[in-house]
Design a protein around this ligand. Structure first.
Ligand SMILES: [Zn+2]
Length: 194
């Protein structure tokens, strides 16, 4: 909210909050405060993850990540569940929803069509950071799907600084290699326990 004020804007200027997926902390952590302060609607994550956003306790039971509840302020009602191909019209701009399972089953990058900007959430992991995924193979296939999008000018990822031009393909290819390397290492270690 302080940041909004510094920009000369008010929470009341927010009419829609879009959540790319249900993971806590850097994705849905402050959703409750934003909704409370702005009265905005919530469009969220692929419909597969809506129940985890609307009921954080359910997410904690079904996905028992350590300290999950302390990383989320609270649950929010999702006014508009999203799915592959949906188009969000925002005062003259259109955001296309792309479904990329892997990081979570319902992760949705968003493509700002007019400016060819791709907002990926967590769909593309960054080398050297802690990759989070529920299905590494699907995650790799999802990055392939994003690589196939034509004419992307700017890549905005939750894990990385904004990337432009030829950097975009490199970052996606590195992310793919990285997740496959991590997955192989995980399999090797977990097989060692059997
Ligand atoms: Zn995530």
């Amino acid at each position: 909210m302080d940041h909004l004020e510094k920009m000369g804007r008010s929470p009341r200027d927010i009419s829609l909050l879009i959540l790319t997926h249900s993971h806590p902390f850097d994705h849905i952590w402050a959703a409750e405060s934003v909704v409370e302060a702005s009265g905005c609607k919530v469009a969220a994550a692929h419909e597969m993850e809506v129940s985890w956003i609307e009921d954080v306790d359910l997410q904690a039971r079904q996905r028992p990540a350590p300290g999950l509840q302390s990383l989320v302020e609270g649950s929010v009602k999702v006014d508009r569940p999203l799915k592959e191909g949906d188009l969000l019209e925002l005062s003259g701009l259109s955001l296309k929803v792309i479904h990329t399972p892997g990081n979570s089953k319902g992760s949705i990058p968003l493509l700002l069509q007019e400016d060819c900007v791709l907002i990926t959430g967590d769909a593309v992991p960054v080398k050297g950071e802690l990759p989070i995924y529920n299905d590494a193979l699907k995650s790799g296939r999802s990055i392939e799907k994003l690589k196939a999008l034509e004419g992307i000018q700017v890549l905005l990822s939750a894990w990385d600084e904004p990337r432009e031009g030829s950097q975009i393909e490199r970052i996606m290819a590195e992310g793919q290699k990285y997740i496959s390397r991590i997955h192989k290492a995980v399999l090797k270690v977990s097989n060692g326990f059997h």
